[in-house]
Design a protein around this ligand. Structure first.
Ligand SMILES: Cc1ncc(COP(=O)(O)O)c(C=O)c1O
Length: 370
């Protein structure tokens, strides 16, 4: 049975943009321009100017944006890269897949992002880079992080897969690091009809390297390749669909923030729940990729919500250092482990109507009244 309140409502978004999306689809199909043609370039230019960065390179996923970042920045065997375990697998996977060693530090209870107070102690002679993950649409505390990176001459790769349009002291996610990585997975703030991603940078050489790496080492207009690479390109069809949606992103984020404020107000009286930090207009402009709450009765609450017709997600139930296959159990991350046992994400998407938000709030009140 379909949920009364789905986690994300893809068909609803399609219905709202049907004319424009259908026209983009028809344009690509009838023009026959599928790979690295003008739609990709146009979308890249639009993203670059939105973020205020020099280069945006369209890729097949956020996963490859992370991997190609590390490869283009020359990170590999013998190097250490510091990041967190409370993230999607791809962040740590990229470090391992480029041949480097992940060093995992804990996150803060306040916003579930990297605990910057632990950063310096994790730096060794082999450390080459830091990957801050801007989780759930909130940017990491970038001023102290960048100060430490500068002091120790470390590269910074932002994992901004969940933070398109978020900002920190007026600067957008993706404009701090040597590179930044975005995901256009369907459920993201800007999602396509499948997979897609983007890498941004202000450095000409890095951009050139990534453009070659995404296309099997080829450089447009040249017979000679510059090395081995991958097939990591963003397709024209995705670029065209994403470009249609992209202009709605600022309005969508405003709506996400309204929904977050409604949850915040409606749930404030439930003392058993821990809510995310409130929407702040000063230092942080949160994009609310996810609205994440914490409960010590998480698993029972999840079942109750699902039984009441509310689709929820748990990201992530097993912290990366507890995934046996990943061999990361030597990292002791108490806050990460507590968070993994307690978090759940409530429905959050711009088309979510107020009465559905109120229904979710009511279900949560009912659970805690029992
Ligand atoms: C924090 C984070 N990093 C990286 C990724 C990987 O992006 P993709 O699914 O586009 O490969 C995701 C998306 O799921 C993510 O949430």
């Amino acid at each position: 049975m379909p949920y009364k309140v789905p986690f994300v409502d893809y068909p609803c978004q399609y219905r709202n943009l049907k004319q424009e999306l259908d026209a983009a689809f028809t344009g690509i199909m009838s023009g026959g321009n599928f790979i690295l043609r003008e739609h990709v370039r146009r979308f890249e230019d639009n993203v670059a100017s939105f973020l205020g960065v020099k280069h945006a390179v369209g890729l097949n996923s956020g996963t490859d944006a992370l991997l190609l970042s590390l490869l283009a920045l020359g990170i590999g065997r013998g190097d250490e890269v510091i990041t967190v375990a409370h993230t999607f697998l791809a962040t740590v996977g990229a470090i391992v897949n480029c041949g480097a060693t992940p060093v995992l530090i804990d996150v803060s209870a306040a916003d579930h992002n990297m605990d910057i107070s632990q950063l310096e102690a994790a730096i060794t002679k082999r450390t080459k880079a830091i990957i801050p993950v801007h989780l759930n649409g909130r940017i990491c505390d970038m001023d102290p992080l960048m100060a430490i990176a500068r002091k120790h001459r470390l590269l910074v790769v932002e994992d901004a897969a969940q933070a398109l349009g978020a900002s920190y002291n007026g600067k957008k996610a993706g404009s701090f690091g040597d590179t930044s990585c975005y995901s256009f997975y369907p459920a993201k703030i800007l999602g396509t009809a499948g997979d897609g991603g983007m890498l941004t940078t202000n450095d000409d050489t890095t951009a050139e390297k990534v453009r070659a790496l995404r296309d099997n080492g080829r450089v447009m207009g040249q017979d000679e390749v510059v090395g081995y690479g991958f097939n990591s390109r963003l397709d024209n069809l995705h670029a065209a669909l994403l470009d249609v949606k992209f202009k709605h992103v600022p309005r969508w984020i405003e709506r996400r923030r309204q929904i977050a404020a409604r949850y915040q107000k409606g749930l404030a009286g439930i003392s058993q729940l821990r809510l995310p930090p409130p929407p702040e207009n000063g230092k942080y402009y949160d994009a609310y990729q996810n609205y994440v709450i914490r409960s010590s009765e998480r698993d029972r609450l999840v079942k109750y919500l699902k039984d009441s017709g509310v689709e929820i997600l748990v990201s992530w139930p097993i912290p990366m250092n507890r995934q046996k296959a990943l061999n990361l159990s030597h990292f002791r991350l108490p806050e990460t482990e507590r968070i993994s046992a307690e978090v759940l994400s409530l429905p959050m998407y711009p088309e979510l109507a107020d009465d559905k938000v109120d229904y979710v709030i009511d279900v949560l009140h009912n659970f805690h009244r029992k």
